[in-house]
Ligand binder design. Sequence first.
Ligand code: FE2
Ligand code: FE2
Length: 173
Amino acid sequence: MARDILATLKNEHDALRGLFADLKATTDRGVKTRTDLLERIEAALIPHAKWEEQVFYPAFKERADRDGLQTHAEALAEHHAVEQTIIPEVHAADPGTPEFAGRTKVFGELIDHHAKEEEKTMFKMARQLFTAEERAQLDEEYEAWKQSDTAATLVAAEKAKAGIKGVVKAVRH
Ligand SMILES: [Fe+2]
Ligand SMILES: [Fe+2]
């Protein structure tokens, strides 16, 4: 089958759903498992989200009609909520606590909701707006980008930011 960026993004959503399901199954005593799973979730989520924000969403926006523009705005607002509120709150919680369990549950629910909206609305529109060749090309570019220094730097910066905001929130609580 030809490569398709929309299939790749959907597969990454499914991988994230799986990791969140594993995380939900942990107990307050599973501190190491929780820490590892959160690491894996962020390692998968951050490059995905950053690439969507920097490449896919702008390309989509350029061709979108009014409904598409609203979908784009909605998706971006959800990214911001996750980045600025949800992730820092998760980082402010100790992995051995019910707070961590509650906050990561909300994190997983939001990601699932966001992924569903992308799959059912945005990607459906994108299938009409981009040719199969363009989608294959985007898929190749995404794969190369994920291995680039730019991606590594961005991911490191996002992680540091989440950690710092988490500390600030922990102090405030
Ligand atoms: Fe997204
Ligand atoms: Fe996505």
